[in-house]
Design a binder for this molecule. Structure first.
Ligand code: ADE
Ligand code: ZN
Length: 334
């Protein structure tokens, strides 16, 4: 199964670039920028990655990204990720980034955009990995701040494939960001949102109704509302599911208890993604492999997951056609 899954042309639709910061690079960047880390070794960092819930992860995630200061840092972060993803058979990545987390540390938007932009062009040129860019708003910060960032991003509106919504979910319903997302819609920018990761199924409905998102990040708690499940199925709303993330953040106790088989049985449009690969135990391929081990899925099922991701990715149609053709040419037997 490993070789088969490795060979599948996989698109990663749910990836926080700050969550791809491996401890080794964290140390390198800390040294380069003369920042003292609260750790003395890579092993110590890894040992700290024991999470009780989303918030306990976010605390370390925001702390870790403080080593990112220059455009070169953002470039190196993204290239490091692109190289690993390429080695796993990833052909297209939708990179989410959290501009507010960097602006709050005095790192200007143009620094972030320049570094990420350079890495994206280089990955396309040197590795043949295409990418899209999703500017995510932090839902645990005021909506006015998100609106301000969206306006500040005016020189980059053309570069953005979507805006998103992430960070601590409880108590920060999608409705809080109605105006921000209406503005993005008026600008012609597509919208996605995390919903139903730790938060209730009602947040998924809100994201669809009030933010008019075209896909839901996570969405696993939809199963608590059968009417919503039927809606997601009928409207073919993609869910970007991240199984290893859900285990590490204790959304589910064990991978064997993950709702993916139930979501599949319900006829939903599913994709498999890594979320924050440096924190949750691996990239897209590791997530596919975890599913293979836990659910005993057929090769056809994995092909369907990879096909779904290619079908709903923010991608040029010619590239989509070519990648779908590559996917369909993968033999089902060894
Ligand atoms: N930011 C980075 N990873 C996240 C996750 N899994 N949920 C919400 N916000 C995030
Ligand atoms: Zn996420």
């Amino acid at each position: 199964m490993y070789d088969f899954l490795r060979r599948l042309p996989k698109a990663e639709l749910h990836l926080h670039i700050e969550g791809s910061l491996e401890p080794e690079l964290m140390f390198q960047l800390a040294e380069r920028n003369a920042i003292t880390l609260p750790y003395t070794s890579v092993e110590e960092v890894k040992a700290a990655y024991e999470f009780d819930d989303l918030q306990s992860f976010l605390d370390l995630y925001y702390q870790g990204m403080a080593v990112l200061r220059t455009a070169e840092d953002f470039h190196d972060l993204a290239m490091d990720y692109f190289r690993r993803a390429h080695a796993e058979g990833v052909v297209h990545v939708e990179i989410s980034f959290d501009p507010q987390a960097h602006l709050a540390r005095g790192i200007e938007l143009n620094v972030q955009m320049e570094g990420l932009g350079r890495a994206r062009r280089r990955a396309e040129r040197e590795l043949g990995v295409s990418s899209a860019l999703i500017m995510s708003f932090l839902r645990d910060r005021p909506a006015e701040e998100a609106l301000h960032v969206l306006e500040q991003a005016a020189p980059y509106w053309e570069t953005l494939d979507a805006v998103g919504l992430d960070s601590a979910e409880y108590g920060h319903p999608p409705s809080k960001f109605r105006e921000v997302f209406a503005r993005a819609k008026a600008l012609g920018i597509p919208r996605v949102a995390h919903a139903g990761e730790e938060g209730p199924a009602a947040y998924i409905s809100e994201a669809l109704d009030l933010l008019e998102v075209c896909r839901i990040d996570h969405g696993v708690r939809c199963l608590e509302d059968p009417v919503l499940v039927e809606r997601l199925r009928q409207e073919r709303i993609p869910l970007t599911v991240c199984p290893l993330s859900n285990v590490r953040l204790k959304v589910v106790e064990h991978i064997d208890d993950h709702p993916l088989p139930k979501l599949l049985e319900a006829g939903l449009l599913l994709t498999i993604n890594s979320d924050d690969p440096a924190y949750f135990g691996g990239g897209v391929l590791d997530n596919y492999l975890a599913c293979a081990r836990a659910f005993d899925w057929s090769r056809q099922t994995f092909i369907q997951m990879a096909r779904n991701a290619l079908n709903v990715a923010f991608m040029e149609e010619d590239r989509r056609r070519a990648l779908l053709k590559d996917l369909e040419s993968i033999p089902l037997e060894d």
